[in-house]
Write a protein that binds this ligand. Structure first.
Ligand code: GLN
Length: 543
């Protein structure tokens, strides 16, 4: 029997609902339960794939090729459970499905309405693919009271009735702000937010209260009384030193115990949190420090590189060092002398990205790393730009470039027009194809060259990694590039798509066409990130 935990947020957005859901998932696992986490997003985009990272942060990609909300990344990092397309739904996807059914005449002349048609579709999504797990955690995006979230709130209310007594609970995350002038914590916004929920028939079972100051018992009692929640189920959530310390803090505040109590399940035994304690210990007691420059385009918004940021932290955890990240806009390297900013960093990483702006700066950063023998890690666009750099300055194609930005005499990076899926089917694209959902997306196998650096790092020669790109290194240039010192150490199984480049005559220079950061976990750092940070540590001993 699968039990449902619905997670909503109130008062303001950005309180860390994703982190709460992921941490609760991890705590339930630590008590021996199996979990799956889902995100219900009320916005009208079919998926976040076409949204700017500035609007919505990173687009997370699943093995099965879905472009999803970045919270799914938190879920996977905290629980290790591989997310799927069926774990993220948006209003856009629901309406798209309903409207296409309506056009086909599937409603047999009936009037199509938010209740029951939209709410039924939401319920069907939430109930799908349970796979016999113990707990399904469903996080509703947005904030209680949002107009667009209303059908989702109604759907989870109905679900709690449909599932029957004891099969579901509601957790509500709110903010308890501190008014410095009054020197007081204020519970009124929480009371109002819960009143909003109760007016639509949802009574939270557990209140989680974000606060910058410890919440006195008197205020907990007040929220318990006014919000109709047992006092022990008012859980304080204070700011944490690291996101990986959050599961243990929530446990110390009684979150998992209250959840089990609310379901009437046994809760006297303590969960095994050693995994989380070890990670926190490694973060809090590092044995050294390194500085890595991330040369990108959306550096003003950290959420745009969420998984990357975490994967670098995981590389630090693996090596027991603190990694300081210097976020640098690549455009700055398009001016003379700016590149000297990279003189004192211990490694350089150029992440994924889209569009021409700043790409010459990325090429300059890759060149600097190659010539100065500073560890370099290029991911997706970062790999493509490193290849263009090598084509220009090692292989002699002075005018090499990517057709993503303009026509080139030497299109070293070009549009992928055809590729083979893992099931053997062939995907085709042209310049005219829609932008939404049409990239080479999700998990694809790659074959690594025996004896290469990457084969040694992975410890195997067959890997599967997640992709999200429309362009690729043109296989026609492989021979010339290899003659000039670049090794194509990873290729698609049919040998047609370059997946990895490396420069053997360099301390650590690797470019990958896929996104390894999406699969890294704090308790299982991705081997490439662990190895890259190790190379940064070696470099730090030289400078
Ligand atoms: N813009 C490049 C492409 O579409 C790289 C994409 C990426 O870095 N994710 O191929």
């Amino acid at each position: 029997m699968t039990r449902y935990i619905f997670i909503t947020g109130g008062v303001v957005s950005s309180l860390g609902k994703g982190l709460l859901s992921a941490s609760l998932g991890a705590l339930l696992q630590a008590r021996g339960y199996s979990v799956r986490l889902r995100k219900l997003d009320p916005y009208l985009n079919v998926d976040p794939g076409t949204m700017s990272p500035y609007q919505h942060g990173e687009v997370y990609v699943t093995d099965d090729g879905a472009e999803t909300d970045l919270d799914l990344g938190h879920y996977e990092r905290f629980t290790g459970v591989t997310s799927r397309q069926s774990d993220n739904i948006t209003s856009g996807r629901i309406y798209q499905k309903i409207i296409s059914k309506e056009r086909k005449g599937d409603y047999l002349g009936g009037t199509v309405q938010v209740i029951p048609h939209v709410t039924d579709a939401i319920k069907e999504f939430a109930l799908g693919e349970q796979d016999g797990i113990d707990f399904m955690l469903c996080e509703v995006g947005g904030t209680a009271g949002d107009i667009e979230a209303a059908p989702f709130m109604e759907a989870i209310r109905q679900l709690s009735i449909d599932l029957g007594r004891g099969r579901s609970i509601f957790c509500h995350l709110t903010l308890v702000p501190y008014l410095a002038a009054a020197g007081e914590l204020k519970t009124k916004p929480t009371q109002h937010s819960v009143r909003d929920l109760r007016s639509i028939g949802i009574q939270p079972d557990i209140l989680i209260c974000r606060s910058e100051h410890p919440i006195p018992d008197s205020e907990r009692r007040k929220m318990s009384l006014y919000c109709n929640v047992p006092e022990t189920s008012v859980i304080p959530a204070l700011d944490s030193s690291s996101i990986y310390a959050v599961p243990v803090s929530y446990h110390n505040e009684g979150l998992d115990t209250e959840v089990l109590k609310a379901f009437g399940l046994a809760h006297s035994q303590s969960p095994n949190l050693s995994r989380w304690e070890d990670i926190t210990d490694r973060i809090e007691n590092p044995e050294g420090e390194v500085t890595i420059a991330v040369v990108g385009k959306y550096t003003g918004l950290k959420d745009a590189y969420k998984s990357l940021n975490e994967a670098i932290t995981h590389g630090g955890i693996a090596n027991r060092v603190k990694v300081n990240i210097e976020w640098i806009e690549s455009e700055v390297f398009e001016q003379d002398d700016a590149i000297t900013q990279l003189d004192n960093v211990h490694a350089i990483l150029v992440p994924g990205g889209f569009g021409k702006r700043g790409t010459e700066g990325k090429i300059a950063a890759a060149r600097f790393a190659r010539e100065r023998k500073i560890p370099y890690f290029g991911i997706c666009l970062g790999m493509q730009m490193a290849t263009v750099e090598a084509a220009r300055h090692l292989a002699g194609f002075n005018d090499a470039g990517s057709t993503e930005f303009e026509e080139h005499n030497n299109p070293v990076v070009g549009l992928i027009t055809e590729w083979v899926r893992s099931d053997g089917s062939v995907e085709k694209r042209t310049e005219e194809t829609d932008l939404g959902g049409t990239m080479r997306l999700g998990a694809y196998d790659a074959v690594l060259k025996e004896g290469s650096r990457v084969a040694e790092i992975y410890g195997k020669t067959k890997i599967s990694e997640r992709h999200r790109h429309r362009y690729e290194v043109n296989v026609g240039y492989v021979k010339k590039l290899e003659e000039s010192g670049v090794l194509f150490s990873g290729m698609s199984p049919n040998g047609e798509l370059p997946e990895i480049i490396e420069i053997p005559d360099h301390p650590w220079f690797v470019g990958v066409q896929y996104h390894p950061e999406l699969k890294s976990k704090p308790f299982e750092p991705h081997p490439l990130f662990a190895s890259f940070v190790k190379a940064a540590v070696a470099q730090s001993r030289l400078v």
